[in-house]
Design a protein around this ligand. Sequence first.
Ligand SMILES: *Cc1c(COP(=O)(O)O)cnc(C)c1O
Length: 408
Amino acid sequence: MSATPVTKTPASREMLAIDGGPPVRKTLLPYGHHSIEESDIEAVVQTLRSDWLTTGPKIAEFEEAIAAWVGAKYAVSFSSGTSALHAAAFAAGLQAGDEAITSPLTFAATANCVLYQGATPVFADVSPDTLNLDPQAAAARITSRTRAILPVDYAGHPADLDAILKLAGQHGLIVIEDACHALGAEYRKRRVGSLSHMTVFSFHPVKHLTTGEGGMVTTDNPEHAETLRRFRNHGISSDARQRQSLGQWHYEMVLLGFNYRLTDIACALGLEQSKRLDANLARRRQIAARYASAFREMPGVVPPQVRSDVNPAWHLYPIRLGLQQLSAGRGEVFCALRAENIGVNVHYIPVHRHPYYRDRFGYQGGEYPVAEDAYERLISLPMFHGMTDADVEDVLHAVTKVIRHFSR
Ligand SMILES: *Cc1c(COP(=O)(O)O)cnc(C)c1O
């Protein structure tokens, strides 16, 4: 990796790949990608040769490593970020008749977990700078039925947690933070995972650390931790390994749970990956800084905004197009970048605009203007710790080429 990257800034307009010109890259650069090292493979193989493929010693080791790293008392692993969200919604006591407030600009799972419990997700609009849940908009949606708030740390930028926790305190609500983008993010010098009543992480391959599929809830509350552990294991009050070590066969099912367990094979991978979290975060921050400096002088591109009291974890790098300065819409710019072999993406179609939510709750569109306006202009650029400096420069070359072509 060179210390001083050079952008191959075109002097004049280049022919876009979408119009038949040569693409910036020969192969597609994805928006996110995992990285697996030899040590990961060895750790998994060691577990495959051991006595425990699931519910063995690697679970606790991985959970303790994550709890310590984020600064939480307890961490409970799950088979996915989505099952972790479901468990957190259960542990918060959400049930039929309850409401939970969340952001429309998220992956559907954030709101779906409320529906799994028979409760109703209520959306509140996002703040125009961070695109995170706006605490004032959330306050306006609180009713006598509200039981929880689910802020999302969009792109890895922590939500406005102090304001949300204060609001929750005033109304007796539980805060379930969807930090699936934000492992390693800092809010007022404290790591996400130690701040909300429960914080949810995902270990899907595009996230900061992967177990293939996987998730985790961190909490300081011992009752929540116990409920979460039972919920992931059919509602049973002890696990198979505890019973084996005590020489017992008797067990009790005390609540209606699921099989949401993460395997020891997956935890061995996660534990090994967790050793590289600091290095991977540093690399993501370096890439974000390079992007930000390039976009400071690029009309038509609005880089993600960062508040002064946070240090984002940069799961995504979503730019917003300044459509007034461009002769094309998001769709054309998106296709042009894909043709250059830059694997851009869009995060997210607002949840209330999906057919399921539209049909079930009667959303017409237009209810959440800040989120909906952002959606029309968002493009996620490639962002993952394994990107080389040359990859980053390819992205900047392609964005420069396409934006110049379409600038008014
Ligand atoms: C990835 C993600 C999830 C769900 O994670 P899975 O592990 O894929 O189930 C939930 N919410 C957000 C915001 C995510 O990005």
